[in-house]
Design a binder for this molecule. Structure first.
Ligand SMILES: [Zn+2]
Length: 262
């Protein structure tokens, strides 16, 4: 009987540790699918000129979210994106995969792209080469177990990876072209304003579904840009639309802009 109790206790502890809460990212280091359709009700609000522009030359943009999934924020974001017919890309931390499989399966089912943000959010620039391979592989394995086969493009934590370590990466790597620093502002209105000031067609916007203020900002950004005729697509789709074949081990700020690694 005592033995059974011990086993039950061990199992409880094991499951508790496997479901550890979301990891707070090391913020200081920052200082260094399917095509989504615009909902009819929004298209209906456009004036004739904007509607014609949209039909003639659609504007595409990719929202990307790092450091999730997080049960209490990512689910709400997925609800809002679904309601708006907007696709996005999620760069997921491997450690956050256990216990969040249902959210990941939902992302896939709803046409979002899932990417790799390493297993434990390490600074690849400083990690041993073996650790780089291990961090990427471990997250990829967990993602495959959760959602099946996929490419799982990499976003290096903090956007940092040296040229030697970049050669070890077998997928394209995605940086960003618009960074509102949502993790620092933690203010919906300021994040929305920062994105609206900077955004251009073809941009890749960096946000974090880790923060509730960022989820609120993202949904307002979708609302505002859809009214300007923007269509929200996955990163993979943005490359396809622009006719760019992404290369393994290359870091892209946008499909048409490679970011140097050194
Ligand atoms: Zn991150």
């Amino acid at each position: 009987m005592k033995k059974i109790m011990c086993m039950l206790l061990a199992a409880a502890l094991l499951s508790a540790s496997a479901c550890a809460g979301p990891m707070e990212p090391d913020l200081a280091a920052y200082d260094a699918s399917g095509r989504a359709e615009i909902p009819v009700e929004i298209l209906g609000e456009l004036d004739e000129e904007t509607r014609e522009d949209l039909l003639a030359e659609p504007k595409y943009v990719a929202l990307t979210f790092d450091d999730g999934p997080r049960a209490d924020t990512t689910g709400r974001l997925l609800d809002g994106l679904l309601e708006r017919g907007a696709a996005a890309t999620f760069f997921v931390i491997g450690e956050q995969v256990p216990c969040n499989e249902a959210l990941l399966q939902r992302m896939k089912a709803e046409g979002h792209q899932i990417g790799n943000h390493t297993y434990s959010h390490v600074r690849l620039l400083k990690a041993d080469k073996d650790a780089v391979v291990e961090e990427v592989h471990k997250a990829e394995t967990l993602l495959k177990e959760a959602v099946g086969e996929g490419d799982f493009w990499l976003r290096p934590p903090y956007g940092l990876i040296g040229s030697e370590r970049a050669k070890l990466i077998k997928t394209p790597m995605i940086y960003w072209s618009v960074d509102p620093q949502d993790w620092k502002l933690l203010d919906k209105d300021k994040v929305v304003a920062a994105v609206m000031d900077a955004v251009q067609p073809g941009d890749i916007i960096l946000l974090h579904d880790f923060y509730s203020t960022s989820v609120d900002a993202a949904l307002e950004i979708v609302d505002r840009l859809q009214k300007e005729g923007y269509d929200f697509v996955t990163v993979e789709e943005l490359f396809r639309i622009q006719g760019v074949e992404p290369q393994p081990g290359t870091l892209y700020a946008r499909p048409d802009r490679v970011r140097e690694v050194n």
